[in-house]
Design a protein around this ligand. Structure first.
Ligand code: ZN
Length: 257
């Protein structure tokens, strides 16, 4: 089952409280997410079957507002930036996540063996989510009112790629308590990747996941300043992720670099 960063209860709230356009966009995202969750995801797909090369291998596809994955290749490893911010953000943030896991844990890519990091941007229209589908990352553009482009948030990208690490190591099933632990592990590593990149200590880190997704600047600042949900803007499965994150947080203070 894909691991969506925005849980259904937030999308349902948008359907109840948003204007007509927001309601229909949230409904579309929910319907598409439900369809994806019901599908039996293929463990392998074309890009992952390409020959492996050593080192970081990022490939970014443009889904061109369709739901067929992966889409058209728009940037490969080592290629110069594209003229599309979402493509470059997906590329750069996947690179930071790779560097984080390699530098801190000596793990090369999600499988520890330089598995290609495949991302598709511009998935569907106004799609209010991002997910790891078992083989690759997928990003929507957001509705532009509540949520902005999902490639924008390093912690979200690191959270989703960490689902890949979990899948290929302990394989925690994505339901019930093991699902909550699966989410918790992704929240911890998502937050750590951001903290590592910003060179923050554990005390300086915001411990938020996805605050950069919020489109409205004032709301975004409000979330950050109020720290209203210290462990992220999500609760769903994530509501049960507290203990592991709390247990880990005092241990995770990077030496200043
Ligand atoms: Zn997740």
């Amino acid at each position: 089952m894909p691991c969506f960063i925005i849980p259904p209860y937030i999308l349902k709230a948008l359907m109840q409280h948003g204007d007509a356009q927001l309601r229909s966009q949230a409904l579309e995202t929910l319907e598409l997410s439900a369809r994806l969750a019901g599908q039996r995801m293929l463990v392998t797909r074309f890009p992952q079957m390409l020959p492996r090369e050593r080192g970081e291998q990022r490939t970014i596809y443009d889904a061109a507002h369709d739901t067929l994955l992966p889409g058209t290749v728009v940037r490969r490893e080592g290629h110069p930036p594209a003229g599309d911010a979402a493509v470059n953000e997906a590329y750069d943030n996947a690179g930071i996540t790779y560097d984080f896991f390699e530098t801190v844990f000596g793990r090369r890519s999600v499988d520890g063996d330089d598995m290609r990091l495949v991302s598709s941007v511009h998935y569907s229209k106004h799609y209010d989510n991002a997910f790891w589908d078992g083989t690759q990352m997928v990003y929507g553009d957001g509705d532009g009112v509540v949520f902005g482009t999902f490639t924008h948030a390093l912690d979200v990208i690191a959270h989703e790629l960490s689902h890949g690490v979990t899948q290929m190591t302990c394989g925690l099933a994505y339901h019930g308590e093991s699902g909550a632990l699966n989410e918790s592990v992704s929240d911890v590593f998502g937050s750590l990747a951001k903290q590592w990149h910003r060179r923050h200590t554990a005390d300086e880190a915001d411990w938020l996941i996805g605050d950069d997704l919020i489109a409205d600047k004032e709301v975004r600042q409000g979330v950050t300043l109020a720290q209203s949900t210290r462990h992220g803007i999500r609760q769903h499965l994530h509501g049960r992720q507290g203990p592991a994150a709390r247990a880990l947080s005092p241990l995770l203070s990077w030496p200043r670099r």
